[in-house]
Design a protein around this ligand. Sequence first.
Ligand code: PXP
Length: 240
Amino acid sequence: MTRLGVNIDHVATLREVRKVDYPDIVAAAHAAISGGADGITVHLREDRRHIQDQDVIRLKQVITVPMNLEISTSESMVDLALEYMPEHVCLVPEKREEITTEGGLDIITHRVKTAQAITKLQAKNIQVSLFIDPDLKQITTAAELGADVIEIHTGHYANTRNKAAMLTLIEKSVEHATMLGLEVHAGHGLTLGNLPPLAVMKNIKEFNIGHAIVARALENGLRSAVRDYKNCIQKALKSV
Ligand code: PXP
């Protein structure tokens, strides 16, 4: 069965807008797990714009499914991952000014740094995934560097009108990676609308989805949240 990793960064994004302690990231993780999440994904960014170190520590203590920690390849982030010991690490590119991860990690340009990160993490039995574009040269490099997994960046697929061409490219990439012995995951920009053609693709073992799931939770949950507040006002009025 294909796994679903749920990225809960946006729960922390909402909390950090106010710098308060809600919405609670642990409650969100429990809700995601009770909904069937096979893994919890969090991106500990260098700028700490959403997930904080304490979130990673708390989540690691309580979640009952594997944690997939997304980090940049910087030495300090890799050292933190070794301290927090998630089951999986996904190495991603990071630019301070970006709204979200905008493309795959270029592991040809950043070959040495990526190789160093992989070696350090695997030495502690952490499974290492590389978030890369559906590009055969990048995939070959991922295998040469000894990565366990590649996560194919599906953002371009999600954004293009020419879905057929991108699907062909992704399919070829999955085939190439599988032939090289890499496990294949996919993620970024996936929605209920664009997921099905990827979900039926042989050999994609896991999807990581965040924004669309958190958006759907809001759409589905707003009605009952408003009802709770109306009830709260009515109850208070009745008590006086
Ligand atoms: N996979 C990786 C490596 C990511 O960086 C992200 C975004 O944080 C996702 C998956 C999830 O993307 P989205 O939030 O668009 O579903």
